[in-house]
Design a protein around this ligand. Structure first.
Ligand code: FE2
Length: 168
């Protein structure tokens, strides 16, 4: 394994990891949207799928800005989060309970992404690359808003329905 000597190098590694993570997510989200019953949840996930495609494009833009080829480095963390989500979503469950589980799984994805983008946005700033910082800052902002939206959906309706799935 090559020794990583600079922030520039570790930054590039992290961009490659996120490129893999976002691509995995674009494949997984359509299945998750299909499983959701609440129309608000379904549309929140579909909206985030569109954003995620934009996140892939922004990362490709960053590779260009760095003068590097767009190359993914397999992200085992996202793979694991999505495997766990898939296990939960494959169970037979009451629709309202499943919606609550979907929110939980989606928030794990968002928190991983927020941690990763939060880190590299700061690194870009440190490296004096405000252009990259601003571009990836937009993605970070969208991830945070999605996370907040999911929390809102859980609090306003979905967790309550999951508690009394048969409307008792
Ligand atoms: Fe994303």
């Amino acid at each position: 394994m090559q020794k990583i000597n600079s922030l520039d190098e570790i930054f590039l590694e992290e961009v490659k990891d996120l490129y893999s993570a976002e691509k995995q997510l674009t494949k997984a989200l359509p299945k998750v949207a299909k499983k959701a019953t609440s129309p608000e949840l379904k549309s929140a996930i579909e909206e985030h799928l569109q954003q995620t495609e934009g996140h892939v494009n922004r990362l490709e833009e960053v590779f260009k800005m760095l003068g590097k080829p767009a190359k993914a480095k397999p992200c085992p963390a996202m793979k694991g989060i999505l495997e766990e989500a898939n296990d939960v979503l494959s169970q037979r469950a009451n629709p309202a309970v499943l919606d609550a589980a979907i929110i939980g799984a989606a928030q794990k994805v968002e928190h991983y992404e927020i941690a990763s983008y939060g880190t590299i946005v700061q690194w870009a700033k440190q490296m004096g690359r405000d252009d990259i910082k601003n571009l990836l800052g937009q993605t970070l902002d969208e991830e945070e808003k999605t996370d907040q939206k999911l929390t809102g959906l859980a609090k306003t309706a979905i967790n309550a329905s999951a508690l009394r799935p048969d409307g008792e």
